[in-house]
Ligand binder design. Structure first.
Ligand SMILES: [Zn+2]
Length: 316
């Protein structure tokens, strides 16, 4: 994995997070060496400098129309950064990482005349964790628990399976388990993502609570279940314990297989569940260090930008 000399690294990178039907574009200003800036560094002019509204994208990501939407966004963001954007990082959710995203990257590079680096969303997360930890020889498996799961790894400073990613979200946990959106059964995601938690709650007749609409895709229901479990509600406890078991089991197995030093589980605002996960992680005994906590602020934008800044496009 060749790295350009530090003086050749662009400081301004546009990070694009792609999900089905939409993209979120961010201009990121990065240091060309040293640890990845954390939010506290913003006052010194490092870190995220501008966030643009979420953009609607056509369904066909490989289409010229999709590339045009993103190229226009890059032009606007580049203008705000006084034209000094030197690269684009394109981080795709696990369900859509792959060939359409590589085609989109190629089209976008033609339109913007900038290097465009595609990657899986999990890789952006893992790179953010790696760089925030100081970079170097660090090995980390990073998992985001949200509405779905994203996972990626950095091994001794080298991104693992950068584009297609290890699709931890679709690791089979129970081959006879509930159907998954991917068409198979019993994937980790159906147990341990937020949708999985809701399904487990339904199976166990835990009545749903009212959650503000803006919180549905965040962590409202997961947080509610975790709080009820912490308060001693038996059925909520059973749900949280089952999801925790699945998640820790798969994370531990993959973490050991890859030989990482640490496993970073990042969850949106479900602090009560994070505590249950930390305890379960500690009970495993030997193995990679296990850490569950809220995500770094702007982890995907920072990770995607830093990855695009530092890592040349993987050969395929
Ligand atoms: Zn699946």
């Amino acid at each position: 994995m060749a790295r350009p000399a530090a003086h050749a690294l662009p400081r301004f990178v546009v990070a694009i997070e792609l999900d089905a039907g939409h993209a979120r574009c961010t201009t990121v200003c990065l240091p060309t060496r040293g640890p990845l800036p954390l939010p506290a560094d913003r006052a010194r002019g490092l870190g995220v400098v501008d966030v643009r509204e979420v953009l609607e994208l056509p369904d066909d990501l490989a289409s010229p129309a999709a590339a045009k939407v993103l190229a226009d966004a890059v032009a606007v963001l580049g203008g705000r950064a006084r034209g000094s954007v030197g690269r684009v990082g394109l981080a795709a959710a696990s369900g859509i990482a792959g060939m359409p995203v590589r085609r989109l990257a190629a089209r976008l590079a033609l339109r913007t005349r900038l290097p465009v680096v595609p990657m899986a969303r999990g890789t952006a997360l893992a790179w953010a964790e790696h760089r925030a930890h100081g970079g170097g020889d660090d090995s980390v498996l990073a998992i985001e628990v949200g509405a779905s799961l994203s996972a990626g790894a950095v091994l001794h400073g080298v991104p693992f399976a950068a584009l297609t990613g290890i699709d931890l979200a679709h690791m089979p946990v129970g081959p006879l388990g509930p159907p998954c959106a991917c068409g198979r059964r019993g994937c980790l995601e159906v147990y341990a993502g937020h949708a999985g938690l809701e399904r487990l709650a339904e199976d166990r007749d835990v009545p749903p609570v009212e959650v503000p609409i803006h919180d549905l895709h965040d962590a409202g229901r997961a947080r509610d279940l975790a709080l009820r479990a912490a308060a001693g509600e038996a059925r909520a406890q059973a749900v949280i314990e089952e999801a925790t078991r699945s998640l820790v089991h798969v994370a531990d197995a993959v973490g050991r297989l890859l030989g990482v030093d640490r496993i970073a589980v990042r969850m949106q605002s479900a602090a009560a569940w994070a505590e249950v996960l930390r305890q379960a992680g500690r009970r495993r005994g030997a193995g990679p260090r296990f850490d569950a906590s809220p995500p770094l602020a702007e982890a995907f934008a920072l990770g995607a930008a830093a990855f695009a800044q530092e890592v040349t496009r993987p050969r395929r």
